[in-house]
Unconditional design. Structure first.
Length: 350
């Protein structure tokens, strides 16, 4: 009964908002490599519960790239960020070699504040899809330079070395004169600068089970304070990057601990939407990794067991969860490029 009540309450606020003038916050959360089996395993490992159960709208996304049924994070990230299918490995560039503007950049044109959070480096394929245009996702130094002149206002992620330990000997951090860089989350929270970054690691952050700090929930809470304190609306992308890495490693424990970290951040966002109904929240994945199948487990303590069919990605569709303004448009089955189209439709109503 409670879930039905929340569903109709969400639609009420969404319809109420559409009848008013005013901006809509857009929050896109991407669990890299997170198919239905990863969600199921993480849910059971979390005591048979996940914050995704509170979402009133669920759809399915087709993840193929332009040249392969099995996508990579660059092509799938570009599809969601920029609305076009492209080749595996390509970031922000269409098949016709056109540099595409991302939903983050289009949001900035409407005076939105913008933020990125990732449990990978900031130059990894998924976050890069929201600000960069490169032929190869491995062009980390080029991606870092494009970030330094990008439309991003706030970030929390790893990858500092790509900015200050470069083959061209440039120190981009010194060139980014309008930025303030925090050494920890406390410093990030305390900064009053209009552009603030926190590099959580010189290279790639640790897995959460090895002590990664901050947690994704803590980073999310801090980012919301920054974005929600500003006038107007915001666009925020949050990636639970290392769920994918657990899939590549065929390590179920790695997957479930990363999913639980991601799920706690989802919970933070659900609470935000309840208090700020002028918000669209989407939770999805770029692709599934590992071909995970859950074949056994203990129902008394919900301990999942399973196996993998590959160390790479698969072509399986992935779920899309939505709540808030325009959430109802995310029901059904559609190409991953439609996620961009649906976000853009909400943005253009402002």
């Amino acid at each position: 009964m409670k879930s039905y009540f929340f569903f109709f309450l969400t639609l009420f606020f969404a319809n109420l908002h559409y009848g008013q003038e005013g901006p809509t916050n857009i929050i896109l959360m991407i669990g890299d490599g997170t198919g239905l089996s990863q969600i199921t395993a993480g849910m059971y490992a979390n005591g048979n519960k996940t914050h995704l159960e509170s979402f009133p709208v669920i759809g399915l996304s087709k993840t193929h790239s332009s040249n392969a049924l099995v996508t990579d994070s660059a092509a799938s990230g570009t599809a969601m960020a920029c609305g076009v299918k492209t080749l595996n490995g390509v970031v922000g560039i269409s098949m016709s070699n056109e540099y595409r503007s991302s939903i983050l950049e289009l949001s900035k044109e409407k005076d939105y504040k913008t933020g990125l959070i990732a449990t990978s480096s900031i130059v990894h394929a998924t976050p890069a899809s929201f600000y960069a245009n490169v032929i190869s996702r491995k062009q980390y130094e080029d991606i870092a330079f494009q970030f330094s002149i990008s439309e991003v206002d706030y970030f929390i992620a790893g990858g500092k070395k790509h900015f200050n330990r470069r083959s061209d000997r440039r120190n981009l951090l010194k060139e980014m004169t309008d930025w303030e860089f925090a050494n920890n989350l406390k410093g990030f929270d305390a900064s009053m600068n209009s552009r603030v970054g926190y590099f959580t690691n010189d290279d790639e952050p640790l897995p959460i089970r090895e002590g990664r700090k901050p947690s994704l929930q803590a980073a999310t809470a801090s980012m919301l304070k920054k974005l929600n304190n500003d006038e107007g609306a915001f666009f925020l992308m949050i990636e639970g990057s290392q769920i994918d890495w657990g899939g590549h490693a065929n390590d179920l424990g790695y997957i479930t601990t990363e999913f639980i970290d991601f799920d706690k951040a989802i919970g933070e966002m659900v609470q935000f939407v309840e208090k700020h109904p002028n918000t669209l929240l989407i939770v999805t994945a770029d692709h599934e990794t590992g071909g995970l199948g859950l074949s056994a487990g203990n129902v008394k303590n919900f301990t999942p067991k399973g196996g993998f069919v590959t160390g790479g990605h698969t072509a399986s569709m992935v779920p899309v969860f939505a709540m808030g303004v325009g959430a109802e448009t995310f029901a059904g089955i559609y190409e991953n490029t439609a996620i961009f189209d649906k976000m853009l439709a909400v943005l253009n109503k402002n």
